[in-house]
Design a protein around this ligand. Sequence first.
Ligand SMILES: Cc1cc2nc3c(=O)[nH]c(=O)nc-3n(C[C@H](O)[C@H](O)[C@H](O)COP(=O)(O)OP(=O)(O)OC[C@H]3O[C@@H](n4cnc5c(N)ncnc54)[C@H](O)[C@@H]3O)c2cc1C
Length: 382
Amino acid sequence: MLGCELNSKKFEISIYEGNQTLGRKFLVAGDGGLNLTHSENVINFIERYTPSSFLQRSFKHFSNVDLIKWINNLGIETFVGTSGRVFPKKGIKPAEVLNIILKKINSNSVNIYTKHVWKGFSNGHLLFENNGQAIEIKADHIIFCLGGASWPVTGSKGDWTNYFLEKNIKIDPFKASNCAFKINWEKELEKKIEGKILKNISINCGNKTQLGEVTLTKFGIEGSGIYPLSPQIRAQLTKNGKAEISIDLKPSLSPEKIIQKLSSGKKNITDTLKTELNLSLQQVQLLKTFVSKEDFLAIDKLADHLKNFKLTLVNTAPINEAISTIGGICLDEIGENFELKKLPDHFTIGEMLDYDAPTGGYLLQSCFSMAKYLADYLDTKN
Ligand SMILES: Cc1cc2nc3c(=O)[nH]c(=O)nc-3n(C[C@H](O)[C@H](O)[C@H](O)COP(=O)(O)OP(=O)(O)OC[C@H]3O[C@@H](n4cnc5c(N)ncnc54)[C@H](O)[C@@H]3O)c2cc1C
């Protein structure tokens, strides 16, 4: 976005990238469908970020509506999926989207230096390593967008933290976000539930409830129904070493309606759960494992478990496997224009800042918004 939108009539622009090619994480993000942004209304949108205040200006300047227009203007058609997520039109591959963006960067006369790994500061210069050689670069304005620390194979390794610490810039340690969470399943249950999907459920953790679906895995639980609860789960894991989630297996039905349906069944409880409440075999197996026989046979208690099914999470997945990370440059180190307070004319944007966003296109949107805002800010300032 910076390569596309910085004013090349005013600035000589150069991108330095450690990898041989640009945008590797962008391509990985596209593996399961390139979710560019979300279509929800602008007011709710900003509330998805933790914290949200640092992003308010840039999101107001370049919102999800603006991003969709920008992408469409590049010739990439988009569509809104059933969950409100925005994707390139079916048939357009992530690599095509990246190539179109790279073409736009080229048409903006940007110099691209790949295989240049940033190695820190040296006497007011930036130090890079290229093919074993040290190179020093001086620039009037420097924008760091080095990413977080998940999926390090993409080049976003988070190995730059010491360079900022040397400048007394505070760094929060990286932690996994939008990731699977570990559950110590009983061995017998693990085999039965592995790979099974719980659809149309809602999950509560702390003060937040999320509708969606999750996949049960050998490791634990993952999916769109749990990722947005990452901040609440992480907070409990940090405080207590474990986190408790409560699953509503029938969010569309009140407890009274569930009791009514369970009472109306002429068959045994297991069959009634399947026929009257459309519970899947896996849901019934979960209930039977975690609920005492006594509770399972008492309709009001069973209804309570259906609405309030508790699972204990004991860890996050490793950072390497997470979709994103929190941690990195502390937000109080930057001013409202993303300029580092302790290093004037040095800016930091994107996932290297310490904020959280759920999946659903919110991560890419925030990076695009910050970059567009900064490109326009530097244009008007200079
Ligand atoms: C599996 C997966 C799926 C995802 N799916 C989605 C999705 O569908 N929608 C969504 O919104 N988000 C998604 N994301 C998240 C999204 O891809 C990231 O949040 C986003 O790419 C972050 O952008 P960034 O520019 O801050 O950093 P990155 O995209 O990580 O880019 C940072 C760049 O800096 C380079 N770099 C790092 N250190 C150095 C150094 N020392 N010297 C030189 N170069 C360096 C890296 O090589 C990299 O190219 C997904 C992420 C993953 C891992």
